[in-house]
Design a protein around this ligand. Structure first.
Ligand code: HEM
Ligand SMILES: [Cu+2]
Length: 493
């Protein structure tokens, strides 16, 4: 009786006109607008590091904090909704849950934006203890609000992950089957012979590691909120630095694995060939599942008080976590594209270019995670160089590719779209190269005022950012135009 009554009063998003496609569209539009704004903030930072613009250092560090935290939360949102869109073909997922997750992340983003833009919160996106508290140029409320924002983003992502895990168990019987381990262990095989496709394998890995990451993030934020409420709250700096990077490294890293799930689902639309599961996917993704949460110590190589075994374990885990999944995805994609009747659209070009960004950025990351190289590259511009390669030049391209697909991009791009795409890629490549050049020259990262040749390189970078933004504007306009002209029809390539 009560259950029935509850059911009647329960909120159904569909009744409010919020179809799954609509909610995905809302997440996509909010995310793309946010990224566009934060990319402009990135350009302003480069201009300020060069000679083109003057910013007070407090303002620079506040923008740096906003850009970093905002970008990470936004790509979690964007890759999340994109993957969810395809996962619904295999799992029963509730649109209400997605809506709630999107709302939580957006609230978190808004809280962080107020903390930074109004309050002036500026310790960098990793808010490494004791930076948020010592020598702060901002009021205490901004610190608290920012942490609540992080908590909200975490809650949104955790809810998203939990609904996916429940969906996988309902559909495939267990999480082991979600990883397609039944291809290896006959005992797990289902009577109906159903095996999880690669996009579901990726979802299983991401959702399990996602819950783990958010749990660590929650402990971290509660500890920091404790310190915020009472200055005598005991915090061990080494413990919290480990926790900070367990959370920060892993959540940023997971966006690549979510993207892989999107690639598995979307590329077959362009190549007109299915992407099948086999034992190699089960092994690679289970390996990533186990080792991704152990890669964070590569952020602590400089901390001589850290246990040496953990340093070596972190180095090994970094390789083991990333190589297998990257290799199977890139090989799989090449096999799918090779000699296929590939339809070259903005969407498919973005996906193929994004794979290249993933590969190059991943290799540059691996170099930095190798102890003798880290001795030289640690906290130089090499670090933002490599992660912008696979986040901006990888994950973001997958998001743009998804947006084109979602908009229903049927015909080949015209002159306008092709020009926009070229400008975007030229700007992107030039921007990234100046970052790497700064790294090789040993210019430190996270500095409002850099030693030479930092400012010179920043001026060149700013020019490339302008080109990138002009191209991006064109690509987004084209996508919008396509969406208007195929309104109401599914997102077929
Ligand atoms: C046109 C696009 C972009 C531009 C111009 C840009 C520019 C910048 C600049 C200048 C910095 C500071 C580097 C330093 O000196 O330490 C930075 C940091 C950062 N960016 Fe971007 N970026 C862009 C896109 C992205 C994207 C797409 C992401 C993630 C998805 C991202 C994530 C970050 C992060 C996490 C940091 C580090 C913040 C910190 O150190 O606390 N950026 N970016
Ligand atoms: Cu890392």
């Amino acid at each position: 009786m009560l259950a029935r009554q509850l059911e009647r009063t329960e909120f159904h998003a569909e009744d409010a006109g919020l179809s799954p496609r609509r909610v995905v569209g809302i997440g996509l539009v909010i995310g793309l607008i946010t990224i566009y704004g934060l990319a402009m903030v990135g350009g302003i930072m480069k201009a300020a590091q060069g000679n083109l613009l003057h910013l007070a250092p407090e303002t620079f560090y506040a923008l740096l904090t906003l850009h970093g935290a905002g970008m990470i939360a936004t790509v979690v949102l964007l890759t999340g909704v994109a993957h969810w869109y395809f996962l619904r073909e295999h799992l029963t997922l509730r649109v209400e849950v997605l809506l709630f997750a999107v709302a939580a992340i957006v609230w978190g983003l808004l809280a962080a934006a107020v903390a930074v833009l109004v309050g002036g919160f500026a310790p960098g996106w990793t808010f490494l203890y004791p930076l948020p508290f010592v020598g702060a140029t901002w009021p205490a409320w901004a610190t608290g609000l920012f942490f609540f924002g992080v908590l909200f983003v975490g809650i949104g992502f955790a809810i998203y992950c939990l609904d996916i895990l429940a969906g996988i168990v309902r559909e495939y019987g267990s999480l082991l089957n979600g990883l397609a381990l039944d291809t290896l262990i006959p005992r797990l095989r289902r009577a109906d012979g159903k095996v999880a496709p690669p996009t579901v394998i990726a979802a299983t890995m991401v959702a399990i590691d996602g819950i783990l990451t958010v749990s660590a993030g929650t402990i971290l934020v509660i500890a920091l909120l404790g310190r915020w409420a009472s200055p005598n709250f005991p915090i061990d700096p080494l413990w919290i630095k480990n926790l900070t990077y367990f959370f920060g490294h892993t959540i940023a890293n997971l966006t690549i694995y979510v993207s892989a799930g999107v690639i598995y689902a979307v590329l077959p639309h362009y190549t007109q060939r299915p992407w099948h599961t086999n034992k190699i996917y089960a092994i690679s993704w289970t390996t990533s599942l186990i080792f991704v949460p152990w890669a964070w110590p590569h952020h602590l190589y400089m901390d001589f008080v850290q246990a040496p075994w953990l340093q070596l374990f972190g180095e090994g885990s970094t390789y083991i976590a990333s190589i297998p999944a990257t290799v199977v995805t890139i090989f799989g994609a090449l096999l799918l594209v090779y000699r296929s009747p590939m339809r070259w659209r903005i969407g498919s070009t973005m996906f193929v270019a994004g794979l290249l960004g993933w590969l190059i950025g991943g290799a540059a990351a691996m170099l930095d995670a190798t102890i003798p190289f880290n001795d030289v590259l640690h906290n130089t511009l090499w670090v933002p160089a490599h992660f912008h390669t696979y986040l901006l030049g990888g994950v973001f391209l997958f998001v743009l590719g998804f947006a084109s697909h979602f908009a229903g991009e049927r015909a080949a791009p015209g002159r306008f779209a092709k020009t926009a795409e070229w400008l975007f890629f030229v700007g992107l490549g030039g921007f990234l190269l100046t970052f790497y050049a700064g790294g090789i020259e040993g210019v430190p990262r996270r500095e409002a005022v850099q030693p030479a040749p930092g400012p010179f390189l920043a001026d060149i970078a700013t020019g490339f950012v302008v080109i990138l933004l002009v191209g991006l504007t064109g690509v987004l306009l084209e996508t919008l135009w396509r969406a208007r002209h195929s309104a109401g029809q599914g997102g077929e390539a």
